[in-house]
Ligand binder design. Sequence first.
Ligand code: SF4
Length: 369
Amino acid sequence: MEYDEDLISLIEAASDERCDECVGRVPDRRDLVTYVTGPGGRPMPILKTLQSTMCKMNCLYCATRRDRDVRRRSMNPDELASLFHELLSHGLVEGIFLSSGIVGDSDRTMERIVETARIIRKRYGFKGYIHLKIMPGASDAAIEDAISLATRVSVNIEAPNRMRLSKIAPEKDFDISIQTIRRARKLIMESGLQVSQTTQLVVGAAGETDREILESIGRLYKELGVSRTYFSGFRPVPDTPLDNLPPADPRRIARLYQADFLIRRYGFEVEEIPLEDDGNLSLGIDPKMKWAISHPEFFPVEVNTADREILLKVPGIGPKSAWKILMMRREGGIRGLEDLKRAGVWIQRASGFITINGRRPLSQLSLDI
Ligand code: SF4
């Protein structure tokens, strides 16, 4: 299938956006499909694109910033919806993520995004995944329109706080982004629709620490109902004011995702996440293991009696394996390492932190032998 050059350049410009767990991209330039984690954890191909690479803003890190000398492209809602439908009918994609440079004001930009989504839903009858970007400062009416059509909406905060945002996007207003997230949350609740809200921030461009990032996302989860955050590792773009900065270390991004999981899925408070003296996560050890090593008073945990929240603090036990352990306890209990393996526990990590019926698993192992 031949793709329009405009579409290709819009897709390429969208590559700094993160949505869901982006798990890869087909390498062929003519087949620019992004894979995200779909229902049941399977990779789901989506079209991730901008409606327009025109933008009136001048964010220092961005390839489509106003002052950068690049050819600008746009697609009108009809064209983009029809291209998506074509990709869909060829079985190449199963959903769409739609964002845009800011053309005119926030509402005008959103009108075009929303119109594309409306055509996809109404004209083509698409019932699957649509992720729509909400522009900071958009009106309630524009947000309501997006919510009525989307599976997921997102407002990017880009940086963890006002001061850091001013270093990389001096024309953006952190408070307006937060207010927009708050209004979107309220409108989603009022609509009664099952629409999730996420956000994204750029890591490694503003000199921010992981502590600042984790404190910021902790507030977004607790106070603003954001369901998750995507970390976009900074990559220097030629001919931008930050093109002399090094790219973000991928290990840092991986550690941030681990810490984020601990906060969202494992019941850790932000303050519990162990940080180095410089306010950053350790690159050498994952945050859950580091927490466990520095809290010997908490262990060993008895797998046959511990509550779910306690089990989740054990390295090698995640939400699924904790749930399976609880189920197995109803059916006679955990008798040995084989039972834990069946529950999906990562034995090598967990064994030093648990007891099974009062015994350390290693001594039990030798008995088994
Ligand atoms: S608003 Fe900023 S980050 Fe977004 S497209 Fe425009 S310049 Fe780039």
